[in-house]
Each structure stands twice: as structure tokens, then as C-alpha cells.
Design a protein around this ligand. Structure first.
Ligand code: ADP
Ligand code: MG
Length: 263
């Protein structure tokens, strides 16, 4: 399989079927997708359409049933061993008995970074997510939004080029989410990372992305891939522009086309 030098994730005819007691569940069916270096790709679709499964295949937490997938030109297994990505889960998943800095240090400890290098990276990533000054706090002393920023810092700490984010802001209220969306965009621009981001929110997908992947359930398919025409400079009020609303409309159409409300 060939993939260009700038290809970060490349999926061809990717299928994944879970074998369950109730029979097979086709979570992904013939998914074709190219994610290039520097892309901000959002995956949007109703619950159960395979969004988490797709991220988990990239991260080598699930194995494909058939088709092809490469991550940085490698198999997911090789990419995982090369620490090609950071993963941000839906819930912050911070250890309550560890301070914020110790939580961020954990993957660095596992990878055997020297103490001074750990300290340097913790300081850098806390600065990136605007949490400098909170290193000695425990997770429960922080708000939900701050906890999620800390888990983003942890995913950034070993400086992987690819960030996988599964509905990271789904549980937060809208004002906090707006703020984090703005910060995430700035961070993405500053760090030149490639981001695969799962969301339920149309405005969030349109606001953040260079590319929006619309998915439909049963079996999980890609119904539309939208290349954003929005400028990279995006103040929050860009969401009221005709250009933004037009893309949001196309996403909504894609979701509708892939979904039967008769069920
Ligand atoms: P999403 O993240 O879009 O909500 P998922 O990728 O979590 O969807 O799930 C896709 C489908 O696969 C769903 O029907 C879900 O119930 C099923 N599924 C997910 N994980 C498993 C598993 N480990 N075993 C069996 N079925 C699963
Ligand atoms: Mg999910």
C-alpha cells in the first residue's frame, strides 16, 4: 500500500466487525480516509456509528477485520510502539492520588525520561494549556474544564505529532467548551500537530476543523467528507458568518442522509 510522505492516517476499505453473543456488529464498513500532516479532522455522527472504534483502530487498541490502515506510514502496531500519538479520552481519566504534574509525568516515567527532562516537558505542556501554577494541585481541586486541559497536557507531554481526541469536551457546559475550542485551535496552530477529533456537536466540528468526516451508523460508514473553506484565523463569532452556516448546513444534510429516523 502506498501513502504519500504527508499522510498521517490512511484508511482503505477499512472494516471492523465485533463478534458478540447477539451476532456480528459492523462498527466500520469500507471506510476510506486520508488524514494529512497538519490536518484538524473532526468525526461527527450519531452515537454508535463507529467514531470511537475508528480512533481505537488508529491507536492499535482494536484490530481491523479487513482493509488497510497506516499511521505515519506504519502499521498501527508499529505506530503505537513508536509512540506516534497522544490519546485524550472522553473523561479526563486522571489519577486522583497523583498531582497534576505527577499525572502528566506518568507516561514520561513509563518511557524512561530523565527527571529534568520530565520537569521541562511538564512545564512546557502546562504552559500550552494555560495551567501553569496548578502543578501541585490534585485533579479534584480543578474544574472539569481544567481537568480536561490537564489530560490534554498529558497527551502532549511526549510530543507526538498526532493527537487523538474522543469527545474531550462533551461533558462540559457550552461556555467552557467555547473557551476550550478557542484554546485548542491556538494550540494546534502553534504546535503544528495533526488532530483527529470526535464530537457530537456540529458547531464544534465546523469551528475546529480543516476536514469534517460525517458518519452514519449500522454499519459505520463515511457519508460525507467536507474540506473546510473557512480561514485558519477563527474568532468565535465566525460561527455567525454565512460561510460557517453553509458548512454546518452541509454537515446536517450529511447526518440526515445517513440516518433513518423511522427506526
Ligand atoms: P461511537 O463512538 O460512534 O458512539 P463506537 O465506535 O463506540 O461508536 O461503537 C460502534 C458500534 O460498535 C456500536 O454499535 C457499539 O455498540 C459497538 N461496539 C463498540 N465496542 C464494542 C465491543 N468491544 N464489542 C462489541 N460491540 C462493540
Ligand atoms: Mg464514542
Amino acid at each position: 500500500m502506498t501513502s504519500s510522505a504527508s499522510s498521517v492516517v490512511s484508511a482503505r476499505n477499512l472494516c471492523l466487525t465485533y463478534e458478540t453473543n447477539d451476532g456480528p456488529v459492523h462498527a466500520l464498513s469500507n471506510v476510506d480516509l486520508e488524514v494529512s500532516k497538519g490536518d484538524f479532522v473532526s468525526f461527527i455522527g450519531p452515537s454508535g456509528c463507529g467514531k470511537t472504534t475508528f480512533l481505537r483502530v488508529i491507536a492499535d487498541l482494536e484490530r481491523k477485520t479487513s482493509g488497510d490502515i497506516t499511521v505515519n506510514g506504519m502499521t498501527p502496531d508499529e505506530a503505537r510502539k513508536a509512540r506516534a500519538y497522544g490519546y485524550v479520552f472522553q473523561a479526563p481519566a486522571l489519577y486522583p492520588w497523583r498531582t497534576i504534574e505527577k499525572n502528566i509525568a506518568l507516561p514520561l516515567e513509563i518511557m524512561g525520561y530523565a527527571r529534568d527532562e520530565q520537569a521541562k516537558r511538564i512545564a512546557q505542556t502546562l504552559d500550552l494549556v494555560n495551567l501553569t501554577g496548578f502543578e501541585k494541585k490534585f485533579p479534584w481541586q480543578l474544574s472539569g474544564g481544567m481537568q480536561q486541559r490537564a489530560s490534554i497536557a498529558r497527551a502532549l507531554a511526549f510530543d507526538a505529532d498526532l493527537l487523538l481526541m474522543d469527545e474531550p469536551f462533551g461533558a462540559l457546559d457550552e461556555i467552557v467548551r467555547d473557551h476550550l475550542n478557542e484554546q485548542l485551535l491556538k494550540l494546534w496552530k502553534r504546535t503544528n500537530k495533526t488532530i483527529c477529533f470526535v464530537t457530537h456537536s456540529i458547531p464544534e466540528a465546523v469551528y475546529l476543523s480543516t476536514k469534517i468526516v460525517v458518519m452514519s451508523p449500522r454499519p459505520g460508514r463515511v457519508t460525507d467528507i467536507i474540506e473546510s473553506t473557512l480561514p485558519l484565523e477563527r474568532p468565535l463569532d465566525i460561527r455567525e458568518t454565512p460561510e460557517f452556516l453553509e458548512i454546518a448546513h452541509r454537515v446536517r444534510e450529511g447526518l440526515r442522509a445517513g440516518h433513518s429516523y423511522e427506526e
